[in-house]
Design a protein around this ligand. Structure first.
Ligand code: NCD
Length: 342
């Protein structure tokens, strides 16, 4: 892995496999059975200039679970960027305070610009409609774990990506990551105007994958293994687009869709948050008790995967095993009332 994690472009199949193995070793810590202090004394700078709950908090929690501490800042209002400070200056300043930095910013390319001004490892927590590499890694970890449970192979799998494929940065990183592996079938279902960028389709096709584009979820989708649905990213729409109601047409993945178009062993993923407001047409809550819904197993996987990213970038992954101790506090068997049993 390179010094920073800015894009899936810097990953190879070998480096992804390594991260997956390290993440699996983090499971006992993420599941609160064991603790480690391997990053004791290290400080993370967690800089979020765009809305976030799970990415910000799970990076924070992952660093803490490795024994490190976290300093953070949220939004432009309380940061010196509101006073006109450049990314370069902010980067140089933060590098003097922290051992690693996670940054989310609304402009594509901004996290790379920030990283160019520091030697401290920087992780892209989402740069506008650009990329979200740590999400792709946790999505891939989830697919791999679910496939192992279901006795499925990644090679030849059918993955359906739907929703806002133009502005959804998670799907940009995920499709690049999937493309590193053996050929699979990838179906892209987006409203006209919100399709996956051509350069990504070309990249994936050039690596031997079978890519198909559709505009409706009502089509017939045989043998889908993974349905990965995304929120319509209205905050990135231009003024003209906001008035185009066809963009918010029904792309809802719900129990009826799953029962009619998919099998008993098709998993449903979503990077979250799902937009629960009326007319958002996002992933339906009627799948909440359905074991095919993997979204909370997916969010749980964010911890071991982000721990693996930190451990690898800060080069402590080989020290973890020797540093483990049992947890001493009360830990419930399941964390959520909706966690369906498998
Ligand atoms: C996504 C993001 O911020 O790109 N959320 C996340 O990090 N899990 C998806 C979204 O906002 O729709």
């Amino acid at each position: 892995m390179s010094r920073h994690l800015l894009s899936v472009d810097s990953l190879t199949r070998e480096s992804v496999d390594h991260l997956m193995r390290v993440a699996a070793r983090m499971e006992p810590i993420a599941q609160r059975r064991q603790v480690t202090r391997v990053l004791e004394g290290a400080v993370l700078g967690n800089l979020f200039f765009e809305a976030s709950t799970r990415t910000r908090v799970s990076f924070h929690a992952a660093f803490c679970r490795l024994g490190g501490s976290v300093c953070d800042t949220t939004g432009f209002t309380f940061s010196s960027m509101a006073k006109g400070e450049s990314l370069y200056d902010t980067s140089r300043v933060m590098s003097g305070y922290c051992d690693a930095i996670v940054m989310r910013h609304p402009d594509q390319g901004s996290v790379a610009e920030f990283a160019a001004a520091t030697h401290v490892p920087v992780i892209n927590g989402g740069d506008g409609p650009g990329e979200h590499p740590s999400q792709a890694l946790l999505d891939f970890y989830t697919i791999d774990k679910e496939f192992t449970r279901l006795g499925k192979q990644l090679a030849g799998a059918h993955v359906l990506l739907t929703g806002d494929l133009k502005y959804g940065r998670t799907v940009h990183s995920l499709i690049k990551l999937l493309s590193l592996y053996d050929p699979m079938r990838i179906t892209l279902v987006a409203p006209p105007g919100l399709e996956m960028p051509d350069y990504l389709i070309d990249l994936v096709a050039s690596r031997g994958h079978r890519v198909e584009q559709r505009t409706s979820l009502a089509d017939d989708y045989a043998n889908v293994d993974v349905v990965y649905t995304t929120r319509i990213q209205k905050e990135r729409f231009t003024a003209e687009m906001s008035e185009d109601f066809s963009l918010s047409r029904n792309f809802t993945v719900d129990r009826a869709f799953m029962d009619k178009r998919c099998g008993r062993d098709t998993i449903v993923m979503h990077p979250l948050p799902r937009d629960s407001r009326p007319d958002a047409n996002d992933l339906d809550v009627d799948l909440n008790g359905d074991p095919r819904l993997a979204i909370f197993r997916q969010t749980d996987n964010g911890i071991p995967v982000r721990m693996a990213i930190f451990a690898t970038l800060l080069q402590v992954e080989e020290l973890i095993e020797k540093d483990l101790r049992p947890v001493r506090w009360f830990v419930p068997e399941r964390v959520g009332v909706d966690d369906p049993s498998l």
